[in-house]
Write a protein that binds this ligand. Structure first.
Ligand code: SAM
Length: 269
């Protein structure tokens, strides 16, 4: 996969791309990440990339010319073909007004061959970039960042770890929070002890079993895998109910899950 990032601060990415899974995936040739400095596409003496907004208002807006020229210099298919999903390519505009990014969209992007990420700054980018260049407008959450770079780093990280071979144990990315799992049996719940099945992940513990008087839950050292599976499911349900009850509305729940949730809601569990 090739990911290209358009930014006025290419140095910002020194760091986020150089550690852990992203670094290893780059070194293994699973993902190639290229940075493009938008100022290189500005033609005046001062390399101006921004201007005042038409109609008045606060702040500056990133001009269309450098972004259009930069995209045109990349080997990417026209917007209509990308929208029709004829090619496995996408041009993404990072924007607080975009559709909120989630694990499902990360999985969708991980299927592509070529992703271009456009990072806005100041009050944002000229809207013609959204209308005529980008085929997706993505927000990483309901808050306003100073620039799209952090959002681009978030997308690179979440997508890269879903590329086959990027994470040592590939099964682990299918067992994490937000990841619905095909092996979830609708009557018995998860088929394995390590599947969260669309819920938030269950709590994890490691050695030592007793640390400063804090012991790990006994069930986890019992060796009883049925008990462990039930305990993890209960804890995942509990955490999801507490922190993200909205996820429960979209999920297939087993009868056991529903009974447990009723107990948790009633405060009897
Ligand atoms: N005026 C814009 C608004 O009110 O929606 C905010 C512009 S923000 C200060 C500058 C740039 O940061 C945006 O063009 C976008 O690229 C990026 N940005 C800000 N918040 C973001 C978010 N939640 N997700 C993704 N990118 C964001």
């Amino acid at each position: 996969m090739k990911i290209e990032i358009l930014t006025i601060f290419p140095d910002f990415f020194r760091g986020p791309l150089d550690y852990g899974i992203t670094r290893r995936a780059r070194e293994a040739g699973l993902v190639e990440i290229k940075l493009h400095d938008l100022r290189a596409f500005a033609h005046d003496r001062h390399r101006t990339v921004d201007d005042r907004p038409f109609g008045g208002g606060e702040g500056m807006v990133l001009k269309p010319e450098p972004i259009f020229e930069c995209i045109e210099a990349l080997n990417i298919s026209p917007r209509e073909e990308r929208l029709a999903q004829k090619e496995k390519e996408s041009v993404v505009l990072l924007s607080a007004q975009g559709r909120r990014f989630d694990q499902a969209e990360a999985a969708e992007l991980a299927q592509l061959d070529h992703i271009v990420l456009i990072c806005g700054r100041y009050e944002g980018v000229d809207e013609r970039i959204n209308d005529f260049l980008a085929d997706r407008e993505i927000s990483i959450g309901d808050y306003v960042l100073s620039g799209g770079e952090i959002g681009a780093a978030v997308i690179v990280d979440t997508v890269t770890r879903l590329i086959p071979g990027a994470v040592g144990n590939e099964a682990s990315t299918r067992q994490e929070s937000f990841t619905a799992h095909a092996e979830l049996d609708s009557s018995n719940g998860p088929s394995s002890t390590c599947v969260s099945g669309g819920l938030l992940d269950y709590p994890h513990y490691t050695r030592p079993a007793e640390f400063r008087g804090m012991a790990v839950p006994e069930v986890l050292v019992s060796g009883n895998h049925d008990e462990i599976r039930r305990w993890r499911r209960r804890r995942a349900l509990e955490k999801t109910l507490r922190n993200r009850p909205d996820l429960l509305e979209q999920m297939v729940l087993t009868k056991q899950d529903k009974d447990l949730l009723a107990e948790l809601r009633a405060g009897t569990s």
